[in-house]
Write a protein that binds this ligand. Structure first.
Ligand code: FES
Length: 115
């Protein structure tokens, strides 16, 4: 399903409940791999699924509040900004992807998908 908000086309990717609590779901068919995260407060975030440290799969990480711990070397990444946290803060970023939630469904911008 697609929806249009002010000058923006969005594509539905899943239901919020399809994303494991404190986990993630990887979206396919996009230009770059995208991980959609859900924390314990049912907040939803999306990042390019490549850790800024050495490109590990963030979608396989563990979500804590508004951060995810990468499964490869344990770096923490801010789910809002995509920035590395802790001692490596400012040394890298996983690009964030906008999300739109409507009626419990998660949408991301249509331009995130391949043409
Ligand atoms: S690749 Fe993510 S912490 Fe190293």
């Amino acid at each position: 399903m697609t929806i249009e908000t002010i000058n923006r086309l969005w594509i539905e990717v899943c239901a919020v409940t399809d994303i494991p609590t404190r986990g993630a779901r990887r979206i396919s068919g996009t230009k770059r791999p995208i991980a959609i995260f859900r924390n314990g407060a049912d907040e939803v975030f999306a990042l390019v699924d490549l850790c800024p440290h050495k490109r590990g799969p963030l979608s396989m990480g563990i979500v804590h509040d508004r951060s995810v711990t990468c499964p490869l070397h344990g770096q923490r990444i801010d789910l809002v900004t995509g920035e590395l946290m802790g001692a490596d803060a400012g040394k890298g970023c996983a690009p964030s992807v906008e999300t739109h939630i409507e009626n419990g469904r998660v949408f991301i911008p249509a331009d995130a998908f391949c043409a």
